[in-house]
Design a protein around this ligand. Structure first.
Ligand SMILES: [Zn+2]
Length: 277
């Protein structure tokens, strides 16, 4: 149900989201390179010129500069304005839907973190701890706050998220080791280096974060929906003979957003039942 809010308020939250999206771009570029996200200020990767504030206005500067650096004309990826617009929509949408409530803030933070994870995992096969473990701490703090998820649901969710993926990884590694599933193919990918094919520690930590926010039911939904989304993309690629390492985090992020969308009703129903007992 849409909350009745002044449109100007929603726009204001959207602008905040766009600025946060701009910072998320910095995080996505620098965290996988182990660089500080605070210092130094943003520079053009082409010519090294510092980027002035008026060339750093979310979405608008990219349009005004026609996707090129002001000094060296090096192209600026469309990913920057897209991420800024996406985070603006996440925040404005969350508030438009749920009003200026703790739930809206919580969902917006959660989905922003998932976007950051999907972008770093999709491009670099890395899930930075700041997103996963930092997000876990935030999710547990929210669960402990008055009016939040029943606190133990957050902790049980984090433990289940980590534990469930640990078991999935263990079973997967065992199957690879014993040669039950395409060990030869994956082995040849591994020799080329760079891209890990097995599920990484980052995926486990990410699911602890998802569990802290969504609880145990959300974890199960996320893994199920994420596996479904991943299969829809990777089974056809495999059948077409393409060897690509699977960025599990991307699909777990998709599953988590879907779980957030459909899972709230389910968890709400569950919690209502608990109170009726
Ligand atoms: Zn430049």
């Amino acid at each position: 149900m849409l909350a009745e809010l002044e449109p100007v308020l929603i726009v204001f939250v959207g602008v905040f989201g766009a600025l946060l999206g701009s910072f998320l771009n910095v995080c996505v570029y620098r965290l996988p390179r182990n660089e500080s996200v605070i210092h130094p200020r943003s520079r053009c990767p082409g010519c090294g010129a510092p980027i002035a504030w008026y060339d750093n206005v979310p979405v608008l500067s990219w349009l005004a500069l026609r996707a090129r650096c002001r000094y060296c004309r090096a192209p600026i990826s469309v990913q920057y304005p897209l991420v800024e617009a996406a985070v603006a929509l996440i925040w404005a949408g969350s508030v438009a839907w749920q009003g200026l409530t703790p739930d809206a803030l919580c969902d917006a933070v959660f989905v922003t973190l998932l976007l950051g994870i999907a972008l770093t995992d999709g491009q670099y096969y890395v899930i930075p701890d700041i997103f996963s473990l930092g997000g876990t701490v935030v999710g547990l703090a929210v669960a402990l706050a008055p009016g939040g998820l029943l606190w133990w649901l957050g902790f049980a969710g984090a433990a289940l998220g980590y534990g469930l993926l640990w078991i999935v990884r263990w079973a997967g590694d065992l199957a690879l080791h014993r040669g039950w599933i395409g060990g030869e193919e994956l082995g040849s990918v591994l020799e080329e280096g760079e891209t890990p094919t097995s599920m990484g520690e980052g995926d486990l930590r990410m699911m602890a974060m998802v569990g802290a926010f969504l609880g145990p039911v959300g974890v199960v939904l996320t893994v199920f929906l994420g596996a479904l989304a991943g299969s829809l993309v990777f089974v056809p690629l495999r059948l077409a003979g393409r060897k690509i390492a699977v960025p599990f985090g991307v699909f777990l992020a998709i599953g988590a957003v879907a779980a957030l969308a459909v899972g709230a009703d389910l968890v709400g129903w569950y919690v209502d039942r608990m109170y009726q007992l």
